[in-house]
Design a binder for this molecule. Structure first.
Ligand code: GDP
Length: 195
């Protein structure tokens, strides 16, 4: 499987705005600055796909991209950002919870991106719990594996594997492309398993 096309469809803030027709979804969750936009850009091999929409003021929306005219890649708002004012943070958390819980959205893979250099945070654990509670198939993407000391990365990944078991953990670097193929394969395995 390769990604041949990926185009931005729309920013969504509620079920009434979901793009039609409904299609299988691969959804991407992660703290602000974990590299979510970079991961999406590396995956789709488009240099600026996710960042461009972020700059257009869509940081709080749920951004839908159509991939290969067949499935939606969904970019959820980044969470855990200390500088975001309380009410906005609450609103973004609300969107994430709604998305995880709305069973009319056919999430075949929920990719939770964590930072391999600094390890998982409580906010990551909360999102994991939420996704698990709603039975979403979670893949953990340990991003920024190229950064910092090798030994620290290994230690953090060992903890991540244990903490998020039995979820699959993929080592990834949006910078070097490490793990991109594995992520693509995992996305499609998950999609087929639940098809
Ligand atoms: P987002 O807020 O989660 O969308 O994060 P961005 O994609 O904007 O990335 C935040 C910062 O981390 C940027 O400076 C990126 O260049 C950097 N970054 C993202 N992924 C990686 C990675 O895998 N390795 C390294 N070294 N830096 C990364």
């Amino acid at each position: 499987m390769e990604i041949k096309s990926a185009v931005f469809i729309k920013g969504v803030i509620g079920s009434e705005g979901l793009p039609q027709p409904p299609r299988p979804v691969a959804a991407f969750f992660g703290r602000s600055n974990v590299g979510k936009s970079s991961v999406i850009n590396t995956l789709t091999r488009q240099k600026d796909l996710a960042h461009a929409n972020k700059r257009a003021g869509r940081t709080t929306e749920i951004n839908y991209f159509l991939v290969n005219d067949a499935w939606y890649l969904v970019d959820l708002p980044g969470y855990g950002y200390a500088n975001v004012p309380g009410p906005l943070r609450k609103k973004m958390a609300g969107y994430i919870s709604w998305f995880a819980a709305d069973m009319s959205i056919d999430v075949r893979a929920a990719v939770l991106i964590v930072d391999a250099e600094i390890g998982a945070k409580d906010s990551d654990r909360e999102i994991f719990k939420l996704l698990t509670e709603y039975g979403r198939p979670v893949i953990i993407l340990a991003n920024k594996c190229d950064k910092g000391r090798r030994l620290d990365i290994e230690k953090n990944i060992a903890v991540i594997v244990k903490e998020f078991a039995p979820a699959k953990v993929i080592r990834h670097s949006a910078k070097t492309g490490e793990g991109r193929g594995e992520l693509l394969t995992a996305l499609f395995e998950e999609k087929e398993k639940t098809a």
